[in-house]
Design a protein around this ligand. Structure first.
Ligand code: ATP
Length: 483
């Protein structure tokens, strides 16, 4: 039997970073020039993994009747960021070290190593620090050929604002009725003071955001019945006018937790953290962070905020355009309130890799113990779904049959075809990148054992068990397992 182990926490991160580079998941951006801090590139496997994550989120959102998508520009009118409050308040408190000139986040001095003495934290080194100053996290650029103050624009620090700004256009063209949502996936940029923990805190990253617009005083019987936990959780002693947003908020927390589970993050690897009143942003009525137990600590994957009508109201005031919604049934006009589940693609990709990484001692073909590294990805997120291998590369009849099997599967799933090296080595290579199934074409496939003609071996990545499946039934067999 396989003996699985997770390495120690700091050792684990080193191994994960090294595997990501070695196997082509994640590279440092501009590496040949020494890299650029806080920017990362996704290699062939990382790009597929990331794509799968986006696609699963996109499906979960847009397969519903009550959610429509948006794909907005990264650079928007600078007034958007004035109205949203980002120009004035999207900042971190920063201090400079007078001795080594390094800059630190004032609230992270205890956890950031000193560049001169990496064994000490910045708070412990002898360098005197300046008073904290606000540092705006938005990247600036200029639009057009002339670099003047008036031409300054910002790279969006979140995708959400475009949804608010386009609220009316989408409402009118999509004929949605509240409650309904608008979702978007896209790049966001923050000039983070201390990017760290691999891709966890980057300066360029991707968000998956939903703004779900609701009538705040609605009593939401429709959802109260549909999610059992909601009924228990609902505080029925609260004033009736609050039920709507509280229930929708809890509903989305539950939906999102279920989604994480459905793509392979077990519930016990996640934590639900309800921000205290002191921690809440000034516009938020309640915020729940979904945290993942990363090797470097339990940290945020997604924030789910009940933002009231802050955003639409701010844009209505700044633009002079009405953001009101007219409820034809109730004959009332109001600015909808918003529940915002906001997740990071890169953090989730990192969590999936951390969760999947396993080292095992298993018997090799000769029965001797051997180490293997396995990424136990859920089949839905795995970058490659199946490896196809002819048993021997120097037997044309095996190779030809294997290529036929590859071509049979390719329209249905991502296939990796590999004919080089011992079969055990080829299995290990796929284990290390998380491919859930391996299909081997051997002499029995060609009819050496007549009753096994036109069957192949299907090997399961996790159990390493092998079964024989008819080629004609292979696509259906694998598709059912991949679901
Ligand atoms: P943190 O407190 O960790 O900086 P945040 O609360 O500022 O995060 P939000 O503004 O709520 O983050 O953004 C929503 C999501 O976007 C986060 O939950 C995270 O997954 C992702 N995200 C935010 N900042 C970064 C970053 N610098 N690098 C990678 N992902 C990020």
């Amino acid at each position: 039997m396989a003996q699985a182990r997770k390495p120690q926490e700091n050792e684990l991160m080193e191994k994960i970073v090294s595997l990501c580079k070695r196997r082509g998941f994640i590279f440092q951006s501009s590496e040949i020039y020494g890299g650029i801090n806080g920017f990362w590139d996704y290699g062939p496997l990382g790009a597929r993994l990331k794509w799968n994550v986006r696609e699963l989120w996109w499906q979960a959102m847009t397969s519903r009747d009550d959610i429509v998508p948006l794909d907005a520009s990264i650079i928007m009118h600078p007034k958007v960021w004035q109205a949203s409050g980002h120009v004035d308040t999207f900042s971190d408190p920063m201090v400079d070290c007078k001795l080594c000139k390094a800059r630190f986040r004032a609230d992270q001095l205890h956890e950031t190593p000193c560049p001169r003495h990496p064994s000490k934290m910045a708070s412990e080194c002898e360098g005197e620090k300046t008073e904290p100053r606000a540092f705006n996290l938005m990247f600036k650029t200029t639009v057009g050929p002339i670099e003047t103050e008036e031409n300054i624009a910002y790279l969006r620090p979140e995708t959400a604002q475009a949804i608010f700004v386009q609220f009316k256009n989408i409402l009118e063209t999509s004929r949605q009725k509240a409650p309904f949502g608008i979702c978007q996936i896209g790049k966001a940029f923050r000039n983070e003071v201390t990017p760290r923990n691999f891709t966890f805190r980057s300066r360029e990253f991707e968000q998956m955001e939903l703004e779900f617009f609701i009538r705040p005083d609605e009593v939401v019987e429709r959802i109260a019945g549909s999610v059992a936990r909601l009924d228990e959780a609902a505080d029925l002693s609260a004033p009736q006018k609050n039920w709507g947003w509280q229930l929708w908020h809890k509903y989305w927390v539950e939906e999102r937790l279920c989604w994480y589970e459905s793509i392979g993050l077990p519930r016990d690897s996640l934590e639900e953290y309800w921000q205290t009143p002191e921690e809440l942003a000034h516009y938020a009525r309640a915020t729940v962070d979904i945290l993942y137990k990363f090797p470097f600590g339990t940290q945020e994957l997604e924030g789910i905020a009940a933002r009231g009508d802050f955003d639409l109201k701010a844009h209505q005031e700044a633009s002079g355009k009405s953001m009101e919604y007219f409820d034809e049934e109730a004959r009332i006009r109001y600015i909808p309130h918003v529940i915002e589940p906001s997740a990071g693609v890169d953090r989730l990709v990192l969590a999936l890799i951390c969760n999947a990484y396993t080292e095992e001692t298993v018997p090799n073909e000769k029965g001797q113990p051997e180490q293997r590294v396995v990424l136990r990805f859920h089949p839905r997120v795995a970058p490659i779904k199946v490896g196809v291998f002819p048993l021997l590369r120097n037997r044309p009849e095996l190779v030809q049959k294997a290529r036929e099997v590859r071509d049979l599967l390719r329209p249905h799933m991502t296939v990796f075809y590999d004919e080089s090296g011992a079969i055990g080595r080829r299995y290990r290579r796929q284990d290390e990148i998380g491919t859930p199934f391996g299909v081997t074409i051997d002499f029995d496939t060609l009819g050496e054992t007549p009753e096994l003609k036109d069957t192949v071996t299907v090997r399961d990545r996790d159990t390493m068990a092998q079964i024989r499946v008819k080629i004609s039934e292979l696509p259906a067999y694998l598709l059912q397992k991949l679901r």
